[in-house]
Design a protein around this ligand. Structure first.
Ligand code: SIN
Length: 290
């Protein structure tokens, strides 16, 4: 954790990353219900920094579920079988002998193809490989801010088309996969459907505008030809994922990480073939993007 100014919170200790996108929170025990002031401060720090990490939080599955419910109701997780007895917890597991691409290895905002995509994703580190396995986050609000006023005006009325088809569809990556995968992925024609969301959305808590597109789940722009969509989305994907907007999270066992899907995209980096990596994941329900 870098040295950083205490941010003026009264009950929790928050250290921001150098850019302010991403931060670390200490002084809380997530295994117990948070007192109201601490919970409010955790939520405020999360809104401010978008990706917050809580080191040294050994949690049972029940405790992970209980913490999640303090942030909000569970989201709906399609296309992946949940943990037995825990319908709202996914285990992201990759065995040392797996050769299939690691789960999450493409920039995305979780389940953005849903009518109400999850506000938060919570990931709890169980088994961390000795090399690789970082999670990268891109700040879609700062990326929006950095655009010219002329480009902002072009994007303002646009709606982006989101679909799970490239990943979970009947002709998607997982349907075509031949390598062994421990995680039970449910390929479905439901994944081949699509819907639209504003290409620029406004965060319901901070009021900041953010680009809401990703290479995994955004498949077009409403009213645009395929070539036009590819050109504009290609520019936006490259813009969002520039180094200046990216925060790298390095894992340790028992770290709990919570990110805001409304203003970030993330990418699970591989680089740990031959090693076990295990995470427990929940999502918190969100709202219709506006
Ligand atoms: C994901 O939720 O996309 C996976 C992130 C990770 O495993 O680092």
């Amino acid at each position: 954790m870098p040295d950083g100014a205490h941010e003026g919170f009264r009950t929790v200790k928050v250290r921001p990353s150098e850019s302010g996108f991403g931060g670390w929170i200490e002084g809380v025990d997530l295994a117990r219900p948070l007192p109201p002031e601490a919970l409010a401060e955790v939520k405020a720090a999360w809104a401010k920094h978008s990706v917050v990490s809580f080191p040294r939080q050994a949690l049972s599955l029940d405790e992970l579920e209980a913490f999640t419910l303090q942030i909000g109701a569970f989201g709906v997780d399609p296309f992946i079988a949940p943990m037995p007895g825990h319908p709202n917890v996914l285990e992201l597991r990759r065995e040392p002998d797996e050769k299939a691409t690691n789960f999450g290895a493409g920039w995305h905002s979780d389940w953005s193809f849903q009518k109400e995509p999850p506000a938060a994703t919570i990931l709890h580190g169980q088994v961390i490989p000795p090399i690789g396995g970082d999670t990268l986050f891109a700040d879609c609000a700062s990326a929006y801010d950095a655009l010219s006023d002329a480009m902002k005006a072009v994007l303002a009325p646009l709606r982006a088309v989101h679909s799970a088809t490239r990943a979970y569809g009947t002709k998607g990556v997982f349907a075509r996969e031949t390598e062994k995968r421990t995680m039970e992925i449910i390929v479905s024609d439901e994944a081949d459907t699509s819907l639209t969301h504003p290409l620029v959305r406004t965060h319901p808590v901070t009021g900041r505008k953010a680009l809401f597109v990703s290479p995994v789940y955004t498949v077009g722009i409403e009213g645009f030809t395929v070539k036009e969509s590819q050109a504009l989305l290609g520019f936006l994907f490259a813009h969002i994922t520039q180094d200046e907007f990216v925060f790298r999270h390095k894992w340790a066992a028992d770290t709990l990480l919570m990110w805001d899907n409304r203003c970030t995209v993330h990418f699970a980096e591989g680089g740990y073939d031959g090693h076990l990596r295990v995470m427990h994941r929940t999502t918190v329900a969100g709202e219709v993007p506006v």
